[in-house]
Design a protein around this ligand. Structure first.
Ligand SMILES: Nc1nc2c(ncn2[C@@H]2O[C@H](COP(=O)(O)OP(=O)(O)OP(=O)(O)O)[C@@H](O)[C@H]2O)c(=O)[nH]1
Ligand SMILES: [Mg+2]
Length: 379
């Protein structure tokens, strides 16, 4: 197995490379709605299809390579879409259309009816990028949620991981085991952040009832997502919302307050809170200063001390009944006034990503890549 095989390569992608004389199209921009969507069309019939369906706003005649022109795409008598067409080579064009889902879907559907092969982004990336790691990075970039994660993936599109994989491959061939071990260790040190470049960190707000979990969730999100009430046991289920903290993608979970209860529904809610505590990347254990540190706090903390951050809430009440708190990093906040929230967000980010990968750092970002490294290093 070679370094390049340390990446998922699409069989169908290779298949489509063989049918090189058909005319193909793919959406290059992400699936979500945006201002602009870019479609790439290439092959012997690309120019003919554009001539048939698109009228430039000014001038006539052939669109020269490396020129861009605005015009109207007419798919049927009633629909006219303003499109910028860019001819990138004799047989390839980019169409820049409205970024809503409907515009691109209508154009792709029409092209499909006209015999043009509509490809997935994955197949397009594989076809146009000989390095499968770079192709995977291009794909991953489409689902990056924040500019911080996109920056790290961009480094991989420029070959950062490919270079280190090739170095490891070479070191294995010549039997330089020390170098293999060193490079593998360096790569694995970025594993946590690598696993979250395309999927968010899971952050749980937990603790006994009424400590202010839902209020803090709302304050972090900036709107009233969860019901807040003085009645203890208000939240019964896990409430999940995606957001970003200091540029890292997170899934925030508000949970039912953990306590002994006779109420069957509340018991299920509590079980879900405990389960979520097992899987969270970080649990914020909330302490109400009027109640202090309780046995439920201790149980949560003992389960995963390295992935816990203690947060004393309701600082506006200016009470100090925080006896028995563990000796650990602690943040103090008021969801009511917003006091301490910026510091809490910084602390969360620091716990999730203690050190940000520097520029051009190789970072593995798929399970295939981690598997390849395990195999080649025999671990
Ligand atoms: N003074 C003050 N009161 C707060 C603060 N945060 C929450 N509260 C109050 O504490 C009570 C409980 O708040 P919630 O956010 O519902 O607490 P919870 O932990 O989600 O409660 P359960 O869902 O019942 O487990 C409400 O009356 C809130 O208004 C705060 O920062 N300051
Ligand atoms: Mg609640």
């Amino acid at each position: 197995m070679t370094a390049k095989q340390g990446q998922s390569s699409s069989e169908s992608g290779r298949e489509s490379r063989r049918e090189s004389r058909s005319t193909t199209v793919a959406r290059l921009t992400g699936e979500s709605a945006a201002a602009i969507c870019v479609l790439a069309i290439e092959g012997p019939n690309a120019g003919h299809w554009i001539d048939q369906h698109w009228t430039p706003a000014q001038g006539a005649g052939e669109l020269r390579v490396d020129t861009i022109r605005f015009g109207l795409l007419g798919l049927d008598a009633s629909v006219g879409e303003s499109i910028v067409v860019c001819r990138t080579s004799p047989e390839s064009y980019e169409l820049h259309c409205h970024g809503g889902k409907a515009a691109a879907a209508a154009i792709l559907s029409q092209m499909g009816k006209n015999g043009i092969v509509v490809k997935s982004q994955q197949d397009w990336c594989v076809d146009h990028q000989p390095d499968p790691i770079v192709a995977a990075a291009n794909l991953a970039l489409l689902s990056a949620k924040t500019s911080r994660t996109a920056r790290i993936l961009l480094d991989q599109t420029r070959g950062a991981l490919s270079r280190v994989f090739a170095e490891i491959d070479q070191a294995v061939r010549v039997g330089n085991h020390d170098l293999v071990r060193t490079l593998a260790e360096q790569l694995r040190s970025w594993d946590t952040v690598g696993r979250h470049l395309t999927s968010p960190f899971e952050v749980l707000l937990c603790g006994p009832p009424n400590v202010g979990k839902s209020s803090l969730m709302n304050r972090i999100l900036g709107y009233q997502r969860a019901i807040v009430h003085e009645h203890a046991g208000t939240t019964r289920d896990l409430l999940t919302e995606e957001s970003s903290i200091e540029g890292w993608p997170v899934k925030l979970h508000d949970s039912a307050g953990i306590r002994e209860s006779e109420d069957r529904v509340e018991q299920v809610g509590v079980q879900r809170s405990v389960q979520a505590s097992h899987t969270a990347d970080l649990q914020l254990i909330l302490v109400d200063p009027t109640e202090g540190w309780q046995v439920e706090h201790q149980k949560l903390f003992d389960r995963k001390p390295d992935q816990s951050l203690v947060v004393v809430t309701k600082s506006d009440l200016q009470l100090n009944h925080n006896t028995g708190l563990p000796e650990c990093q602690m943040e103090t906040v008021s969801a009511l006034t917003g006091d301490g929230i910026p510091g809490l967000l910084r602390a969360i980010a620091k716990r999730l990503v203690p050190i940000e990968p520097p520029e051009n750092q190789a970072v593995m970002f798929t399970a295939d890549q981690r598997e390849w490294l395990n195999k080649i290093t025999g671990s």
